[in-house]
Write a protein that binds this ligand. Structure first.
Ligand code: GUN
Ligand code: FE
Length: 442
């Protein structure tokens, strides 16, 4: 085995259920040890207790007080949209037409798709993200490219081929039957292949014919352990368009419901402009929402109502939605989520934010037995955060005394500079290029 030493934090349960999360929903060791065997967590605990128990000669990496957390999980992100980030001056539908569809069309070139998939997985790791639920493009080769890149880095991703057979340029749309055949073939090839899992991925109701949604629903029914991902209720213009395309359905959610696409394996990105009836149906079906705050503010989509969703019993995950989103960093995503909540008169505690980005998102993806915490037997996917990574963090840490302060500083002031290292299945796959492990406080 081998071990990693540092401050160690992971969640055992949703901190919302406790007045003080240290009562039982999290474990924290100021000087902790993560013991790894064959890529999996063997034990965690105080270093002083565990070090003497290690077999002689066990390698111990000392992260010098850096904060070791389970690797971040992103519940909604687009592999082919790195180059779309920071596209100027548009709301959703114009943004898709002007920037996103032309860019995604480039992925018909397999060499380009492979190069971008490698950039994407490397960037995820550089931001401390070790797993997630990912959109590829409509081109099957983009899915092969992503899973191959993930596999070669030891990462486990859940991803799928975008199904879109109308209302997009010809060089991006697929065909109704072709999208079914390609999705089924990719599912059979990749679902359960090592750590990889397939996701049935109709882009959103506006770019699928009723026939395509029917086939997506059939795939979901035939494969009850496969995730379904799509977009929902992001933008008011989008919602108006859906009501024109599906006049026979009483709501946007009813479109997905009608075609058999709602269940506990479903992750709907956004869910901003929704009502009590929608929330009730989500709670009944246990379909999940991916809250994408940097995308929602950047595209001017609206402010997700986090508290009301939670009170309605809906499972909510946190996601970057790059390239509508402006950062792959789950720390930056937490900061934006906090601000969206503030604009709605709500607060997001640092406990909630870090829970969401780790165990909470693992639960959204039905992966909590594999990732999201350091319970024994989980994959040893972890990130080492440097609380003093930037001048601002270093300054603020000098005035901070509690774990809650440190976590809040990291989520509000932190970004990719705070990622000292990222490991997948016990292997360090990213180290900050300055070679530093963790910056000593000054
Ligand atoms: N709705 C349909 N496609 C997309 C997309 O690529 N990004 C976002 N944010 N919303 C969408
Ligand atoms: Fe998206």
């Amino acid at each position: 085995c081998e071990a990693h030493r540092g401050a160690l934090l992971h969640f055992l349960d949703d901190p919302d259920n406790e007045p003080d999360p240290r009562d039982g929903s999290l474990d924290y060791f100021g000087d902790g040890l993560l013991v790894v065997l064959n890529g999996q967590v063997l034990a965690t605990g105080p270093a002083e207790d565990l070090l003497p128990q290690l077999p002689a000669g066990t390698p111990v990496t000392d992260w010098q007080g850096g904060l070791i957390l389970p690797g971040f999980i992103d519940t909604h992100v687009h592999m082919p949209q790195l180059g779309v980030m920071a596209s100027y001056g548009a709301q959703l539908l114009d943004w898709l037409q002007t920037y996103t569809f032309p860019h995604e069309a480039r992925f018909s070139d397999g060499d380009w798709a492979r190069a971008e998939a490698q950039r994407f997985t490397d960037l995820l790791l550089a931001h401390g993200t070790t797993s997630g639920l990912v959109f590829c493009t409509s081109h099957p080769a983009s899915v092969d490219a992503l899973f191959e890149a993930a596999e070669s880095r030891g990462m486990g991703l859940t991803a799928g081929k975008v199904m879109m057979d109308r209302n997009a340029p010809d060089n991006l749309t697929d065909t109704t039957q072709g999208s079914y055949d390609d999705s089924l073939a990719l599912l059979q090839k990749w679902h359960g292949h090592g750590r990889q899992r397939y996701a049935i991925t109709p882009r959103f109701a506006a770019t699928s014919t009723p026939e395509q949604l029917t086939l997506a629903g059939r795939l979901a029914a035939d494969h009850p352990d496969v995730m379904v991902q799509t977009h929902w209720a992001e933008n008011t213009g989008e919602i108006q368009w859906i009501s024109e395309l599906f006049p026979e359905r009483h709501s946007y959610l009813d479109v997905y419901d009608h075609y058999g696409l709602l269940g506990n394996r479903t992750v709907l990105a956004h869910g901003i402009h929704i009502d009590g009836r929608d929330r009730q149906r989500l709670a009944e079906t246990d379909a999940r929402i991916a809250f994408c705050p940097t995308s929602n503010t950047f595209l001017g989509s609206g402010l997700f109502d986090f508290r009301t969703a939670r009170e309605a019993g809906i499972t909510v995950g946190l996601a970057s939605d790059v390239g509508g989103g402006t950062s792959l960093s789950m720390l930056a995503t937490m900061a934006e989520a906090y601000k969206v909540c503030r604009l709605r008169g709500q607060t997001l505690t640092p406990w909630q934010a870090f829970y969401l980005a780790t165990l909470g998102n693992a639960r959204v993806l039905h992966q909590a037995e594999q990732t999201g915490s350091f319970r024994p037997g989980r994959h040893a996917d972890f990130v080492v955060l440097d609380q003093n990574a930037s001048p601002a963090l270093n300054m603020k840490q000098a005035h901070s005394h509690t774990l809650a302060d440190t976590l809040f500083n990291l989520m509000i002031l932190g970004d990719d500079r705070a990622i000292a290292a990222t490991a997948v299945a016990g292997e360090v796959r990213y180290c900050r290029p300055d070679g530093a492990t963790v910056t000593a406080p000054t």
